[in-house]
Design a protein around this ligand. Sequence first.
Ligand SMILES: NC(=O)c1ccc[n+]([C@@H]2O[C@H](COP(=O)([O-])OP(=O)(O)OC[C@H]3O[C@@H](n4cnc5c(N)ncnc54)[C@H](O)[C@@H]3O)[C@@H](O)[C@H]2O)c1
Length: 306
Amino acid sequence: MLGIRSLLPRVPVPGLRLPRTPSFPHFLPRISNRPLSLSGATPPRRTAIVTGAARGIGKAIALRLARDGYDITVNDVASQEKALSDTVSEINSLAGNRRAHGHIADVSSPEAVQDLVKSSVDNLGPLTTMVANAGIAQVKPLLDLTPADFQRMFEVNVMGVHYCYQAAAKQLIEQGTAGKLIGAASIVAFKPFPLMGHYSASKWAVRGLSQVYAMELAQHKITVNAYAPGIVDTNMWELIDEGLGKKAGGGKEKGDMMRMYSDRLIALGRTSVPEDVAKLVGFLASEDADYITGQTMVVDGGIMFT
Ligand SMILES: NC(=O)c1ccc[n+]([C@@H]2O[C@H](COP(=O)([O-])OP(=O)(O)OC[C@H]3O[C@@H](n4cnc5c(N)ncnc54)[C@H](O)[C@@H]3O)[C@@H](O)[C@H]2O)c1
């Protein structure tokens, strides 16, 4: 049922004056997939940055947050450019007119992370949430570790999280808005894995760093939490599986070690998928987690009982 104005030509007709009406027929509901608040008002746009989002857990988090109503800047390193642009397309094709922006940056560079935050704000608007997810792993006994092995692990997994938290927090404080910082820890932040000493130490550091950030940023209404996945079937675990298989010897097939660890360790009896982790991050990024800060939450199907 459209009014007469919709049937009239859009060009101005000299001498014809119609009563003033709103440009959008006020009797039709506005169509939007954006969730309405109880008061009926449309909530403000929320934007998140997710690092290491070309694949694995980061990609699942980006898709989850987009479905939850966030516009998303996804980040990864240059070698993952094609996969990153696929993530952008997937988010853009979701219902609800979500907007995605891709930005290549190595999180171990503070300047690159500052550019990442700036480009997110320039493209999507004020920042709400930073998910410092990017990380690397390596299987190597402590006695064989070179200084370069140790240094790179900490540059990406610890300094990378610090640069992301720091740049995002400065942006939130400049905006004068509350926000959420969320980082990737691991169950090894509670009990280390042998042969992954420097990785375990790096995740232990993420847990400690998140606690101190939570203490220092509470005055700005910024919460800081970390997620601690267990054994998640991603490229990272393929690398761990291969490394542990070689160390175990005895002609281990691809996937054997992951199955063995999953069977032995996981109470719920299945290897985790990235979406298990994304569900927890979706909660931490939501207003339901407004009163939670300084926590590292385990999502491992029942390996670690904290
Ligand atoms: N897979 C698991 O079982 C598991 C368990 C506990 C914690 N985690 C943590 O979850 C996070 C995601 O792991 P995943 O399993 O999806 O790994 P993944 O290797 O599948 O994905 C990690 C992504 O991070 C990117 N990345 C690596 N270095 C980067 C850098 N310097 N700058 C920007 N991006 C970079 C990679 O290119 C990749 O796309 C990591 O921090 C990891 O340590 C994973």
